[in-house]
Ligand binder design. Structure first.
Ligand SMILES: Nc1ncnc2c1ncn2[C@@H]1O[C@H](COP(=O)(O)OP(=O)(O)OP(=O)(O)O)[C@@H](O)[C@H]1O
Length: 629
């Protein structure tokens, strides 16, 4: 408002000229009713047709003068509206430059819309408002002056309902604007959501989060419905105000006719008064209310897009350029990741109490049940995975391994407890924030129709060609890519085997910049050699690796193993768990007998571990097979 006032005060000349032209509109209104009244009273009702026609000719001349009047009004209107448009364009450019200098990485996609579409909306809405508000004020002046000139008693009858209706209308302005803003916000939220859903459709289908996505969208649509109901209610109040201000004076005039006649008001004056009400005031009022309701609210809402403190910022201020490095320091710090241990390396059990960097992933007293009456799948689980660590998660089928990966990845919200990634809570993070922190590869690998390159670079589009080649070689998928026709060959997911899909998905995960990688049986369709190669490559990648393991070799490669066992989980190295956990021994025994059934695992490692003596091997194998046997 103060800015608007300042803007108008600086254009006093144009306002005065506009007022001058508008006064002619008052005169036109005045003459319309007055001439008709006189034509009746002094001409036709008095039997003097010539005089009657003369008065009507004066009224016609006033109407014909309308052409030049409109031209004059529009010329002055341009003097008000065009500077506003220019100021908004300047402000939009300034906002954009300020944002770009403050954060070169940020893209302000709304800037073009503000510069073009939104500026034009403001310009048209402002012009429409000035036109209608001015027209109403000067028409009302002309009509009231006419009523006074015809008979002051007419004013007494008409002014009461007119003022009442106007007051009711003015009272609806603020709540109506608030309702309109809420409606537009809700509408934009639904549009944003629809856009995000469209862009993320593949991921939603791949992660199986269709129900959650639908639920969140439904809530937004319901909010939109509520705001449109509120808006409709205020529109009804506004229609009532229009009825009171526009129609009630006519009814009052008709009801008061006997009294007015007794007061000496002539028939011509009554017809003139009706003309003022029906032909001048009512249409002007209707146009004003419609314009304020539609253009006014649109103007308010769009003008807000030009705010954000830009008003305080002086234009053309020299700004110190921001070095790209400085911008980089503003991105959220990623905890330093120490180098991962070598393939055969071990890391002793619990994390040190005062770790220099927060754990890569941490679960504190997490409980999760699928449904209110269902027994918890995870019950008060604690887990800390250090940066660079390689953890294997094992357990019988249905014990909750996938549930745990979902919780760690932020896809499942626990009923109780906290999940932290890199020391920050997972709850409340947006999908893109989560994607920057972790990558989860489920058992059903996600490959989409597109080129091999698009599939591999899906999580890291900026990867250099040499890094891509290195990842392809490390994962051993070069042969597969050759068979598919090269990096630019089109992939048809349906024509790939499960193992081929897993290979591509693992290579994509390898390229992802996320510091935490979670594999949920993501190698189950690979042969043991390919699995070993993939896991080793992924473990050597900087960052933390959590693998839901389904083979002994996979558990052996990890620094530590988490055995999920209902409410009694066990942690430790492979060797420690062979001693401590009966369930782990059972699992190992089961894996060994399965491998015996399938022949050697082909992984190139012996079955009991790397670089161990025959005696150690025997001990371990005895421990492993004991309970099963
Ligand atoms: N969306 C769900 N709704 C209800 N129950 C579920 C849901 N997902 C998993 N469960 C149940 O939770 C338990 C743990 O399932 P989860 O998939 O986490 O186990 P898992 O250890 O990964 O099993 P597997 O090794 O067979 O994949 C199971 O009893 C399963 O039936």
């Amino acid at each position: 408002m103060p800015e608007g006032r300042r803007f108008l005060l600086r254009r006093k000349g144009a306002l005065v000229r506009l007022g001058g032209w508008s006064l002619l509109e008052s005169a036109q209104t005045f003459l319309g009713g007055y001439c008709l009244a006189r034509a009746l009273d002094r001409g036709f009702l008095a039997g003097d047709t010539r005089t009657g026609l003369l008065w009507l000719a004066v009224a016609a001349a006033a109407i014909l003068a309308g052409g030049p009047l409109v031209r004059g009004v529009f010329a002055q209107l341009a003097a008000l509206v065009e500077p506003l448009r220019d100021a908004l364009v300047r402000r939009a450019v300034h906002q954009y430059l300020r944002g770009a200098l403050a954060d070169p990485a940020r893209t302000d996609s709304g800037a073009v819309s503000r510069l073009t579409h939104q500026t034009e909306i403001v310009r048209d809405s402002f012009a429409g408002l000035v036109l209608t508000a001015r027209s109403f004020v000067f028409t009302a002046l002309g009509a009231l002056a006419g009523l006074l000139a015809l008979a002051p008693q007419l004013l007494l009858v008409v002014v009461g309902p007119l003022v009442l209706g106007l007051a009711l209308f003015l009272a609806t302005l603020a709540p109506m604007a608030a309702a309109q803003r809420a409606f537009l916000d809700a509408d934009e939220a639904v549009a944003d959501r629809a856009g995000a859903l469209g862009a993320g459709l593949r991921s939603i289908a791949a992660c199986g989060t269709r129900a959650e996505a639908a639920d969140r969208t439904e809530r937004l649509i319901a909010a939109g419905e509520r705001t449109s109901r509120v808006l409709a209610r205020w529109a009804a109040v506004r229609a009532l105000a229009l009825g009171v201000a526009g129609q009630l004076p006519v009814v009052a005039l008709l009801v008061a006719t006997p009294w007015l006649l007794r007061q000496g008001v002539t028939a011509g004056a009554l017809i003139g008064a009706l003309t003022y009400l029906v032909q001048a005031l009512l249409p002007a009022l209707h146009t004003l209310m419609t314009a304020l309701g539609a253009a006014g609210t649109r103007l308010l809402v769009v003008l807000e897009r030009f705010e954000d403190g830009a008003a305080d910022a002086p234009l053309m201020t020299p700004v110190t350029p921001v070095a790209p490095d400085a911008a980089a320091t503003r991105t959220p710090p990623v905890p330093p990741v120490p180098p991962a241990p070598g393939p055969g390396g071990t890391r002793p059990g619990p994390l040190p109490r005062r770790a220099p960097v927060p754990p890569a992933a941490e679960i504190r007293a997490v409980t999760l049940a699928y449904g209110p009456g269902a027994p918890p799948v995870l019950a008060g689980l604690d887990l800390g995975v250090g940066p660079g660590e390689h953890l294997a998660v094992v357990g019988p089928s249905g014990i909750g391994k996938s549930t745990l990966t979902g919780v760690l990845a932020g896809l499942l919200a626990p009923d109780r407890g906290t999940v932290l990634l890199a020391g920050e809570p997972v709850a409340g993070r947006t999908p893109s924030e989560l994607a920057a922190l972790r990558v989860l590869i489920p058992q059903q690998a996600y490959v989409f129709t597109g080129t091999v390159r698009e599939n591999l670079l899906h999580l890291a589009p900026g990867t250099s060609p040499s890094a891509l080649v290195r990842a392809v070689e490390a994962l051993g998928v070069d042969e597969l890519i050759g068979r598919l026709g090269g990096l630019d060959a089109l992939v048809e997911p349906a024509t790939l085997s499960q193992g081929e899909r897993q290979s591509l998905a693992l290579c994509r995960a390898h390229l992802s910049p996320a510091p935490l990688m979670i594999l949920d049986e993501a190698t189950c369709h690979l042969d043991p050699v390919a699995e070993a190669r993939a896991e080793l490559a992924l473990a050597e990648r900087p960052g933390t690796l959590i693998v839901v393991a389904h083979r002994l070799s996979s558990a052996r490669r990890a620094d530590r193993v988490l055995v999920l066992d209902g409410t009694r989980p066990a942690y430790g190295t492979h060797e420690e768990l062979l001693v401590r956990s009966a369930l782990y021994r059972d699992l190992v025994g089961h894996w060994l007998s399965a491998e015996d059934g399938n022949g050697a695992d082909g992984s190139g490692t012996d079955r009991s571990g790397t670089n161990r003596s025959a005696e150690e091997r025997n001990t371990a194998d005895r421990g492993a097979t004991g309970p099963v046997g």
